[in-house]
Design a protein around this ligand. Sequence first.
Ligand SMILES: O=C(O)CCC(=O)C(=O)O
Ligand SMILES: [Fe+2]
Length: 331
Amino acid sequence: MGPLSSPLRLPVIDFSKENLRPGTSSWASTCKEVIQALEEYGCFEAVYDKVPLELHKTFFNLLEELYDLPLEIKRKNVSDIPYHGYVGNQPFTPSVYQGMGINNAATLEGTQDFTNAIWPNGNDDFCKTALHYSKLIAELEQMVMKMVFESYGVVQSHEDHQESITYLFRMMKYRVPEKDEDDVGVPIHTDKCFIAALHQNEVSGLELRTKDGQWIVFEPSSPSSFVVNAGDALMLHADAIDFSQAWANGRLHIPCHRVMMSGKETRYSIGLFASPKAGYLVKTPEKYVDEEHPLPYKPFDYVEFLKFRQSQAGYETALKSYHPFNAYCGV
Ligand SMILES: O=C(O)CCC(=O)C(=O)O
Ligand SMILES: [Fe+2]
């Protein structure tokens, strides 16, 4: 096989280094790799062994048990925010897909709320494991976000940013399509969050689109790998910074992606999505706005935005643009 036929791969970035701490040379070189990858692909493969393999395995076993519960139990995972609760077995969702969500994940309250809704007598094992697991993944995302802020020269805003976010932990099951059944697991979309970290069992299916329209199938190079993916809210943030500070090449790519099912095995995956908290107004910090650099987007409430996306008007907007922030809050 010549180089032309070798499949495209995501950049691989090692987050397992011993002393990956701000101020060290490995931190500085990893920052560079992160920004290059986010600007070119909007995503990368993070090798992150702070989540022990045993924990991945334990959690994915619990996930199988969770999905073996009757549908009426799984439907107890409700949320008034679109795609934050149980999704599946409805005419408008892909037939092979089911997803459930822990809101306010990486906190004891959030994880307990989920557990108590599904198991009224509690399920300590699930609760503890999900909490530990999501906290470790959140640490990876926090590192990546700190690197983004540092690279764009606004590291002092990272703490405020950290205060403004909440985590949604989504757990997905994709069954093998039947003969002649649609093999789409998740239709093409961009994530709406700031940043997401995704991990899968040994079954691939996640495909991410490059700037020039080619599809990269995520084939992890190690069992400790995550896809780190930039969402629409991060583009907004980076645009604002870029705008105000006239950074050359400071624009992130937000990759469209999808899940396609093939083969004969059930796919499980998880994603931790860092998003603005409900009621929190996403806006360009005032210090970046002046006559020369007018507001790039109108301030908006993220959860209201998600609700808009769910409405008929939002649906029609999404058909026209994969980057619906412009349509929703463009100046
Ligand atoms: O299952 C996956 O790997 C990705 C799912 C996804 O893109 C999403 O839930 O937004
Ligand atoms: Fe996604």
